[in-house]
Design a protein around this ligand. Structure first.
Ligand code: SF4
Length: 210
């Protein structure tokens, strides 16, 4: 049987991957990513490249990885600072997790117009930044927030309901897939996504304490 074809990357994705791989540390990577124009539509409409937050100190105990920045994130240049971020902070505290010990990142670093789902080529291009971020920060545990993030780690056929509730070994990291806080907001305080997100964050906290 013929060897499987490697995934097709376009020139912009290859350039991002090469530039990211050359970054020796977090400040170098942030400086390289900030002027990125690999995605023509996103780079024309964004205000900031939201590179992400490393942990406040030391190695990341875990990473929180969402889909893409929203309006507040685009405006401030920081990840998870809008309503979703506020709910995430509240649920992290309820679960016994400390955001200061986490890397807070997104699959795609620029806000898609109107908060549309990032397109496949945009995810492919931005993946070079995320891969290098994971190498540099080396979190042993990843919380994939929402389906886009879960698919990035677990594959395109991932179904959130089937992937939740247990860690998946991805390249030596324990990846937990759960709801995005925006789903928890959309379905309200008594909705299943809010309860599921808290349940999953609590499981992550337990696994980190074990
Ligand atoms: S989404 Fe990522 S790859 Fe695309 S322009 Fe922004 S930083 Fe570059």
């Amino acid at each position: 049987m013929a060897a499987p074809r490697p995934p097709r990357f376009d020139a912009a994705a290859e350039e991002v991957a090469a530039t990211a791989a050359a970054a020796a540390d977090w400040p170098a990577l942030a400086a390289a990513a900030t002027p990125c124009v690999a995605c023509p539509e996103l780079s024309a409409t964004r205000q900031h490249v939201v590179v992400g937050d490393p942990p406040v100190r030391g190695r990341a105990r875990f990473a929180l990885i969402g889909e893409a920045p929203g309006a507040n994130e685009d405006e401030t240049g920081r990840p998870f600072v809008g309503r979703s971020g506020q709910l995430l902070d509240q649920l992290l505290a309820e679960a016994g997790l400390d955001r200061a010990e986490a890397a807070v990142l997104n699959i795609v670093k620029c806000r898609p117009p109107g908060n549309r789902t990032p397109k496949t080529p945009e995810v492919a291009r931005c993946s070079g930044w995320l891969r290098r971020q994971l190498e540099l920060l080396d979190p042993p545990v990843v919380v994939a927030l929402g389906l886009s993030s879960a698919k990035w780690f677990l594959g395109p056929r991932t179904v959130l309901a089937g992937a939740r509730g247990r860690p998946h070994d991805v390249g030596g990291r324990a990846v937990w897939a759960t709801y995005h806080p925006s789903a928890a907001i959309r379905f309200g305080p008594n909705g299943a996504p809010r309860a599921g997100l808290l349940e999953d964050l609590t499981s992550v906290a337990r696994s980190l304490a074990a």
